[in-house]
Design a protein around this ligand. Structure first.
Ligand code: HEC
Length: 377
């Protein structure tokens, strides 16, 4: 099962990384290629031609009498309208619901948050014991990569699916825990409005019984990134590599308009992340753990894991990685002590099984003096 997923993951990752290269390749070779300047010139010429056509039409129409003149005007108006045609994912598609951000500021979803903007949107809840903290941690990596653009030409929104508990103050506290700076907004609102929005964004799983007995909310953990103006929208997974997500968000969706892209100019040939055939354990570590942990580079959101197998009892470790939420509930003394140090961020339950743990341990054993994750971070 994992092997298959892994292959699919890499196939998708390889395709996604290759796409911009193919794109650049096309743009720089061949006579028919259009640079953005060519395109601008082209549309300018086209517009001039259209204007000219319109002018001839109306002057000849004037000669031909008022009815023909009227028809010419209607035709011209239609043409102008066609040129201004917008993405169908506009104000008639998205609900303009009222949301409140972490500072208590009221904002309209369409008018204030997405209209004419390039955005990333995901849904979380702050008491989540499963994947949401990983998703927040992954998006935090994306945020750090694009920090100077967030809130300027790129906008990030995390919306709660649990507005009853997640008040603006709670959201603010959550941001603080994860050390998230300005520009990325956390929002709450009316439950029914938020659910309707999730349906429109394709992030609502129909027929899923979302409310679990222990107060957890089972919800779609994908995120969407899009450019409202052009109507390009894509659904991504929080298990993806942060640099890849940052490239899609900061470069693809803005049509490579940022020439100083931190990640867009990376040389594919120098990437070590793709050609490597990871073991199952290393793959798990990279996709599930590395956003919060490192091996030999010091603490991140969670503690450095280098030498962890020597420091802790294996059975304790296996249980902790498989069901951290249960051990937190039991108030395991080692964990209680540790949580204080890590801003009370609860290590997520990532639903791993015993085979995953064996694979992870095998990988952790193989790392003796530090793990080079520079290809990604
Ligand atoms: C969202 C961030 C996050 C993710 C993802 C995450 N952890 Fe953690 N982890 C933590 C935090 C925070 C702690 C410290 C305890 C706490 O606050 O819950 C921790 C603690 C640990 C510890 C205990 C370390 C010690 O010194 O005893 C181990 C082991 C560990 N994590 C392994 C993993 C593994 C393996 C994965 C991937 C399968 C993983 N973690 C994924 C945040 C995370």
């Amino acid at each position: 099962m994992y092997g298959f997923k892994k292959k699919v993951y890499f196939a998708v990752a390889a395709l996604l990384l290759a796409a911009p290269l193919l794109y650049t390749g096309c743009a720089s070779s061949g006579d028919t290629a259009q640079t953005p300047v060519d395109k601008a010139e082209h549309s300018k010429t086209a517009a001039v031609q259209e204007e000219k056509a319109g002018a001839t039409e109306s002057s000849s129409a004037k000669k031909a009498g008022p009815e023909v003149a009227q028809a010419a005007i209607v035709k011209k108006k239609k043409k102008r309208k066609r040129r201004q045609r917008k993405s169908r994912y506009g104000e008639n598609y998205f609900p303009n619901i009222e949301l409140t951000n972490q500072d208590g500021k009221k904002l309209r979803f369409y008018d204030d948050l997405i209209k004419d903007k390039v955005v990333s949107i995901n849904f979380i809840f702050t008491s989540c014991q499963n994947v949401c903290p990983l998703e927040t941690a992954r998006l935090r990596e994306v945020y750090k990569l694009l920090e100077d653009r967030i809130g300027k030409d790129l906008f990030m929104y995390s919306i709660t699916v649990d507005p009853a508990r997640d008040t603006p103050e709670v959201l603010k506290g959550y941001m603080k825990k994860f050390d998230i700076g300005p520009g990325w907004q956390f929002l709450t609102g009316k439950k029914e409005d938020i659910d309707a929005l999730r349906v429109k964004l394709g992030l609502y799983i129909k027929d899923l019984d979302e409310v679990l007995p222990d107060g957890q909310i089972d919800h779609n953990i994908s995120l969407v990134m899009g450019n409202q103006k052009t109507g390009q929208w894509m659904k991504r997974s929080p298990y993806e590599d942060a640099k890849l997500l940052a490239t899609m968000f900061g470069d693809w969706l803005t049509n490579w308009s940022n020439k100083n892209s931190a990640v867009g100019n990376a040389d594919f040939r120098k990437s070590t992340g793709l050609a490597v055939n990871y073991s199952d354990g290393e793959f798990l570590y990279r996709t599930r753990c590395m956003t919060c942990h490192s091996l030999g580079r010091g603490d991140g959101i969670g503690p450095d894991l280098l030498g962890i197998l020597q420091r802790r009892d294996r059975e304790w470790l296996a249980r902790w990685i498989m069901e951290p939420n249960v051990m937190i509930k039991e108030k395991d003394p080692i964990i209680m002590e540790m949580m204080k140090k890590y801003n009370d961020i609860a290590m997520p339950n990532l639903r791993l099984n015993k085979v995953d743990i064996t694979n992870l341990f095998r990988f952790l054993e193989s790392v003796e003096s530090g793990y080079d994750d520079s290809a990604v971070k």
